[in-house]
Unconditional design. Structure first.
Length: 263
C-alpha cells in the first residue's frame, strides 16, 4: 500500500475497527473520507487525525441502511479520483432465534451488511481499475465459519461477504486491484451493544482489541493474504479448509445423481 496524496474511504469509522483503520491509514499517509451516522464522533476523530498527522480528513454522514444515503457515498466513490482504498467496515449485529426475531431488524441488517457493501464496492471498482491500482477490504466475521444457533441472519450476511470477496478476487486475478476479506472474532467494541449477546459472557482470552485486530488485518494485507483471520495461529489451517472445499468442486454439478441417491 503506497500513498501519493491518495485517499482511503472507511465506513463505520466512528467507533471500533473503523476508528482503528482510520488512524492506521492516516499513519500510512492516506488522506481520509470517513463515513458513519454519528457526525459528532466523526468530527472528533477527524480533528484528532488532522492534528496528529496533518492529513486531510473529510466527513460524510450517512446511514448505510438507507438507499438514498448509500447513493451519496456511491457518488463520492464514482467521482473522487484520489480514492485508492475502500474499507467496507460498516456493519451491524443481531443474535436471536429467527422464530422470535423482528423481520424489519433483519432487513436493516441485510441492508447494512450486504446491500451497502455490495453497492459501495460496485461503485469504487471502475475507478480503481481505470487508475490501475487500489485496495478493497471487506470486513466479514469468524461467524461466517463458526455459525451459532442465534446467528442465522448475521452469519448469513457475513458468509455473503466472504464468498462475495472470494468471487471478486477471482474476477480481478489479472488486475492490479487487491481485495481482502477479514474475519475477526470477538473484538471489544460497541458492536455488541443491543446485539442480543453480552460480550461480558465471553472469556477474556477470546476477545481482541480493535487496534490489535486492525494491525493484524493490515499485516495480512501487506503479506498478500486474500483472507485474514486475525487470531488464527497457522495460515495453513485456512489453506487446508479452502483445499477441502475446492475438492468438492468437480462433483458439485454432474449429469446424474450420486449413486447413493439412486435405487
Amino acid at each position: 500500500m503506497t500513498t501519493q496524496n491518495k485517499s482511503a474511504v472507511v465506513t463505520g469509522a466512528s467507533a471500533g475497527l473503523g476508528t482503528a483503520y482510520a488512524q492506521r491509514l492516516a499513519d500510512r499517509g492516506y488522506d481520509l473520507i470517513l463515513v458513519a451516522r454519528n457526525t459528532a464522533r466523526l468530527e472528533t476523530l477527524a480533528a484528532d487525525i488532522r492534528s496528529r498527522t496533518g492529513r486531510t480528513v473529510d466527513v460524510v454522514t450517512a446511514d448505510l441502511t438507507d438507499a438514498a444515503q448509500i447513493s451519496v457515498v456511491e457518488e463520492r466513490l464514482w467521482t473522487d479520483e484520489s480514492i485508492a482504498v475502500l474499507i467496507n467496515n460498516a456493519g451491524g449485529s443481531l443474535f436471536t432465534p429467527l422464530a422470535t426475531s423482528d423481520a424489519a431488524a433483519s432487513e436493516a441488517l441485510i441492508n447494512l451488511n450486504v446491500t451497502s457493501l455490495t453497492r459501495l464496492t460496485t461503485a469504487v471498482l471502475p475507478g480503481l481499475t481505470a487508475r490501475g491500482h487500489g485496495t478493497v477490504v471487506n470486513i466479514s466475521s469468524a461467524l461466517a465459519l463458526n455459525i451459532l444457533p442465534v446467528s442465522a441472519v448475521y452469519s448469513g450476511t457475513k458468509s455473503y461477504v466472504l464468498t462475495f470477496t472470494q468471487a471478486l478476487q477471482q474476477e480481478l486475478a489479472e488486475s492490479p486491484v487487491v481485495v481482502q476479506a477479514v474475519l475477526p472474532g470477538a473484538v471489544r467494541t460497541e458492536f455488541w451493544d443491543g446485539s442480543g449477546l453480552d460480550l461480558a459472557a465471553f472469556p477474556d482470552e477470546w476477545i481482541m482489541s480493535a487496534d490489535d485486530a486492525v494491525d493484524a488485518a493490515l499485516a495480512g494485507l501487506d503479506a498478500g493474504e486474500p483472507v485474514t483471520i486475525p487470531s488464527l495461529p497457522q495460515i495453513s489451517d485456512w489453506e487446508s479448509f479452502e483445499k477441502a472445499r475446492q475438492t468438492l468442486a468437480p462433483n458439485l454439478s454432474q449429469q446424474v445423481p450420486a449413486a447413493r441417491y439412486r435405487s
